[in-house]
Design a protein around this ligand. Structure first.
Ligand code: BJW
Length: 230
């Protein structure tokens, strides 16, 4: 890593977890397990058919028990432990592979599938196993008001102020395994670059935002991320 770099922001997307066995969103047919993402990842979809949305996230939550962090998650955790400057990993992923790898300075901007959000009392808390229409809130004790703590289309991603501050102040912005199709995350590279940061993309193929990066490293995350961290 360049010695003049002190502050680093890393953005990760579904591609970093692909080699752990978790599906990405925009594959060849643009579908995920037979669903259009927009049909299960909007507040309107949840209002229309909460059972289907719970099913979608329950299946993905169960899958998390079968997978483990890969070399890319572990390399970022190593960077977190050893980097003497400021580091912030901002993930769009709702899996828990970064924390299981050991990353500490981490923001889940699109929420976490292992958390529930009670719409009755507004509490958020850890959740394992299936969540259903009759699930009971552990804080207020009422049933029927729980949803996965996920940021859906049309909702405000979490900790945007802290992320924007870090983007404005960083010397290096790295984007790993994201298609650059979803905002505001897709615009982070432009903010960081405008404020003077070096920018690097690591992805299996050029993304929609590749032209905004100073450097593009093409390859599987488990190869390119450990090489970049060293
Ligand atoms: C590998 C690999 C390997 C594979 N190694 N790489 C019109 C224009 C502009 C914006 C909008 C618009 N209309 C609406 C909007 C806003 C909307 C939006 O962006 N829509 C787009 C579809 C255009 N955004 C929102 O609504 C957001 N909120 C918002 O904007 O609030 C207002 C606001 C205003 C001002 C400031 C701030 C906010 C909320 C977005 C919520 C996204 N939610 C989802 C689903 C929930 C989470 C979940 O279920 O998991 O989040 S959508 C889905 O996409 C998920 C992901 O986090 C997100 C990004 O996907 P990601 O991670 O990039 O995955 P893929 O599959 O797309 O790409 C994987 C990449 O990896 C590929 O490139 C592969 O090649 C690569 N890869 N294997 C390395 N081994």
């Amino acid at each position: 890593m360049n010695q003049e770099v002190t502050r680093i922001v890393v953005l990760t997307g579904a591609g970093i977890s692909a080699e752990s066995g978790l599906a990405t969103f925009r594959g060849d047919d643009g579908l995920w397990e037979g669903h259009r993402v927009e049909d299960v990842a909007t507040p309107e979809a949840f209002a229309r058919d909460p059972g289907l949305v719970h099913q979608f996230y329950n299946a993905r939550r169960a899958k998390l028990e079968e997978v483990k962090p890969n070399a890319a998650h572990l390399a970022l955790a190593r960077l977190d432990a050893e980097w003497p400057g400021e580091l912030l990993v901002v993930t769009q992923n709702v899996d828990d592979l970064h924390e299981r790898a050991g990353s500490k300075r981490l923001i889940h901007m699109h929420g976490e599938n292992k958390k529930a959000w009670c719409l009755r009392c507004d509490e958020r808390f850890a959740w394992t196993g299936a969540m259903g229409l009759d699930a009971e809130c552990r804080a207020c004790g009422t049933a029927g008001g729980l949803r996965p703590d996920i940021v859906w289309f049309g909702e405000m991603p979490y900790e945007m102020e802290r992320i924007e501050d870090a983007l404005r102040e960083c010397d290096l912005f790295a984007s790993i395994g994201t298609s650059g199709a979803v905002y505001p995350a897709a615009g982070f590279v432009q903010t960081a670059r405008y404020c003077g940061a070096m920018t690097v993309e690591m992805n299996l193929e050029p993304s929609q935002g590749s032209i905004f990066f100073d450097e593009v490293r093409i390859g599987p995350a488990s190869d390119v991320v450990p090489t970049w961290v060293e």
